[in-house]
Ligand binder design. Structure first.
Ligand code: ADP
Ligand code: ASP
Ligand code: MG
Length: 437
């Protein structure tokens, strides 16, 4: 059996959903389907999940839910009518209960989840498959942490008792008291992986709008090459570092069961896409792919004799722990240490963070630099090959990009550099030209 997850662009309109149905029907092993909410139909379009989040936020400021929900209602009505399933679904009563639910909720999760839920109801009706609400199978603890083992047991039992095909909404689940909780954005990929593990699928197909995993972000590099095969570890590095074609957490459930992932293009189904496999993949390429993210801050902490001060790093990191912040990198010299953190981790707590560091370790100097980008150059092929780092740094120097930080673990799976945010696109293109083109 195969589990197939279709993303937002695949579910964007009745026309794209007809393609989705053709893909599902063309292989009788495609019995378990996970879907996203309708995404963008054109560049300036708004994703349903964004409209729902806006609906929740504005309603809490006092605007009328019915008015805010109207464009969402219209979009789903148009999709259902286009597929001819509007009569059998009684969508008006579903819409009314969603509006009620949004009024009663005190967190955005319930609202955010409704795009996936409606999308799955509509596709199930169109295919003649059974709709299973994700709140019955995906379980979170009361503090919102995903409960993998409980979910796996429940999903296994529930799904093995159904002999038709099944459509399940991605992105959300519920707590034992029925409260809806979502994964982070892009989380339908995670749901697909969870279901693949539960039904012991032979393959997890992830259908999107590009020909698989590309060697760089196609919004930055013009027409990047496709990656035919990728290892789980390379995938984890690339997706964590910003290649958001697949959610970085989708690897964990399939890794437990050794299930390969195939990233495929709904709009070019014959293309083989990218196959993601356990282990190390043997090939002659040096670099597998490049990914990156903007929005980082560095905090340089300088103090004479820092390296003699036992417990210095612990004191520094306990400041982060107390503020519930995680950091990305911590390169160090003899008398310096640099914390690299994402803007999203710091939020509006920069003052508290800096104050905490001053109090905990009394630095001689503390310097903050914002608007940095991190770029990861990833590939098993780099290990034991002298000269890779030198080529990378030369490529960056050739285009005049200054490197703020360098990090390479001894696994040699990746080299990460920090550059100024303004240099981000230029740097990625330079690395691409050097290693891939
Ligand atoms: P879906 O809605 O199907 O889940 P996403 O928008 O989440 O699709 O992910 C697909 C998008 O990821 C592509 O359209 C592309 O713009 C972007 N992307 C970023 N980096 C990469 C990469 N390395 N390979 C492929 N796509 C990438
Ligand atoms: N619809 C959700 C989002 O836009 C989840 C997903 O598409 O995977 O983030
Ligand atoms: Mg996605």
């Amino acid at each position: 059996m195969k589990v197939c997850k279709f993303g937002g662009s695949s579910m964007a309109s009745s026309d794209t959903i007809k393609r989705v149905a053709d893909i599902i029907k063309s292989d009788e092993k495609r019995k378990y389907v996970v879907v996203s909410a309708p995404g963008k139909r054109f560049t300036k379009d708004i994703k349903i999940t964004d409209s729902l989040l806006n609906c929740y936020a504005e309603s809490k400021k006092g605007k009328k839910v019915e008015e805010l929900f109207k464009p969402i209602r219209d979009r789903f009505t148009e999709i259902a009518e286009g597929l001819g399933v509007d009569k059998q679904l009684d969508l008006n009563s579903v819409f009314a209960s969603i509006e009620e639910g949004i009024k009663l909720s005190s967190a955005p999760d319930f609202a955010a989840a409704q795009g996936e839920r409606l999308s799955a109801m509509i596709l199930a009706a169109y295919l003649g498959y059974t709709f299973i609400d994700a709140k019955e199978v995906i379980r979170f603890s009361d503090n919102g942490v995903f409960n993998a083992e409980y979910t796996n047991d429940v999903a296994q039992k529930l799904l093995s008792g159904i002999d038709t095909g099944v459509v399940i909404p991605g992105f959300y689940g519920s707590t034992s008291t029925g409260r809806i909780v979502t994964f982070s954005r892009g989380g339908s990929d995670v749901t697909g992986a969870i279901i693949a593990r539960a039904v012991k699928a032979e393959l997890y197909e992830n259908w999107t709008d590009v020909n698989g995993f590309l060697t760089a972000d196609p919004r930055i590099v013009n027409n990047p090459k496709q990656i035919p095969e990728l290892s789980y570890r390379e995938l984890r590095e690339l997706s964590y570092m910003g290649a958001n074609v697949l959610h970085p957490e989708s690897i964990f459930p399939v890794r437990k069961a050794n299930i390969p992932i195939n990233i495929k293009n709904t709009f070019d189904p014959e293309n083989p896409g990218t196959l993601i496999l356990p282990g190390v993949i043997q090939h002659d390429r040096l670099i597998t792919g490049i990914a990156g993210k903007k929005g980082f801050v560095s905090i340089l902490i300088e103090k004479s004799m820092m390296n003699n001060e036992i417990g210095f790093t612990r004191k520094l990191l306990s400041v982060l722990e107390n503020l519930n912040m995680s950091f990305e990198h911590l390169p160090s010299g003899i008398d310096t240490m640099t914390l690299i953190l994402a803007d999203t981790e710091i939020g509006n707590k920069m003052q508290e963070l800096v104050g905490g560091i001053r109090e905990a370790v009394s630095p001689d100097r503390l310097e903050i630099q914002s608007d940095l980008a991190l770029i990861a150059t990833v590939g098993h092929g780099m290990a034991y090959k002298p000269g890779t780092a030198s080529r990378l740094f030369t490529a960056l120097s050739r285009v005049g990009v200054n490197i703020k930080m360098i990090d390479q673990g001894s696994s040699e799976l990746n080299i990460i550099v920090a550059v100024k945010g303004d240099d981000y696109e230029k740097a990625i293109n330079a690395i691409y030209e050097e290693f891939i083109n």
